[in-house]
Write a new protein. Structure first.
Length: 234
């Protein structure tokens, strides 16, 4: 299955309006009414995806001065194809001058025998704001995870802010968990254009300033709820 969903948010002088909202199953976009100066849209997987062989693309464009929050409503299950095919999901984001985008999907669970690649690309104006989060879960309870490659490429102006790739899975459950120090969940949180925060760390989490501006916070935990706790405090 191939699908391409598009979302464009623009500022009309008083508030952010959605100029384009084009869903394509299984990528379904639901706007929330009465969301104030920030437009709020929920992303729903309207089918069991990504399935091996799927190629899913979500394009998000935030115009000058616009503010958009795009959030998930349920966890994503990466599932194997009938013949071992891999799946691909790509999120492509552009945020123009003075624009703001929060992209906060729900966790992605890498089920047994799945072969999934997730790519995030973000092109930001020099004064744009971006907050994005990724939560990865290695298999369902007691299940050996499949394989996952996840890549993030973020630029601000013409300057690279973050280029990061992680490959994990395709082994026994114990071997996969050993890569994450025995934890099943890896969460990363990136903020570009917000207040400058110093480096910090705690039990199984750390926050690092990025050389070109912004911060990257990483958390390891046995479950998603615990993994997200470090992100709730400054």
């Amino acid at each position: 299955m191939k699908a391409h969903a598009r979302l464009t948010a623009c500022f009309d002088g008083t508030r952010t309006v959605l100029r384009e909202l084009r869903s394509m199953a299984p990528l379904t976009l639901f706007p929330r009414r009465g969301s104030g100066p920030t437009a709020v849209v929920h992303l729903v997987n309207s089918a069991t995806t990504p399935l091996g062989g799927d190629d899913l693309l979500l394009s998000v464009h935030v115009g000058p001065g616009a503010s958009l929050r795009l959030s998930g409503v349920a966890a994503t299950l990466a599932l194997p194809g009938l013949h071992g095919e891999g799946s691909l999901s790509t999120v492509s984001m552009v945020v123009e001058e003075g624009g703001s985008l929060e992209y906060l999907p729900e966790p992605t669970v890498i089920t047994a025998r799945a072969r999934h690649t997730a790519v995030l690309r973000a092109s930001l104006a020099s004064d744009a704001y971006l907050h994005t989060r990724e939560v990865l879960v290695l298999g369902r309870a007691g299940e050996c995870p499949g394989s996952l490659t996840t890549s993030s490429h973020i630029t601000r102006g013409s300057v690279p802010v973050l280029r990061q790739t992680l490959s994990i899975g395709d082994s026994t459950l114990d071997e996969s968990l050993a890569v994450l120090a025995g934890r099943r969940v890896l969460a990363t949180d990136v903020v570009v254009g917000g207040p400058e925060l110093p480096a910090a760390s705690g039990e199984w989490w750390s926050r690092s300033p990025l050389a070109a501006g912004g911060t990257l916070t990483t958390s390891l935990a046995p479950d998603a709820v615990t993994a997200l706790r470090p992100f709730a405090s400054p």
